[in-house]
Design a protein around this ligand. Structure first.
Ligand code: FES
Length: 114
């Protein structure tokens, strides 16, 4: 796969996770200033959608049981989740936000998702 446009920068609100589906993969986008970070949208604990949670420091917090995942490493920083989630490189070019879900930036397994 290759970089694919997934959102417009101005549609992403700072500190508010946004879910997009890219080639069947749910992705959680978080705007940080003029940049964007992207992680798999599925919590590694019980497959909850992370975009329903909130941004906390450099992480996104799962709204079901409260695990927080680092937006750069994908690693959980609090229980009950113990497994990392995939992270993705993001390109921002003007308004265009692009990611490649075929090239995650860590080696976390893709969680099952609906
Ligand atoms: S489903 Fe996310 S912490 Fe339990």
């Amino acid at each position: 796969m290759s970089m694919r446009e997934v959102a417009n920068l101005s549609d992403l609100k700072p500190d508010e996770p946004t879910r997009v589906d890219v080639d069947g993969v749910p992705v959680c986008l978080v705007r940080v200033g003029d940049g964007v970070k992207a992680v798999h949208d599925t919590c590694s604990h019980q497959q909850w959608s992370l975009s329903e949670g909130m941004v906390w420091a450099n992480g996104v917090e799962c709204s079901l049981h409260g695990s927080t995942f680092d937006l750069d490493s994908g690693k959980p920083s609090s229980l009950p989740a113990i497994k990392a989630i995939p992270t993705f490189a993001v390109e921002v070019d003007g308004e265009s936000v692009r990611i490649d879900v075929g090239a995650p930036t860590n080696d976390a397994p893709f969680p099952d998702h609906d």
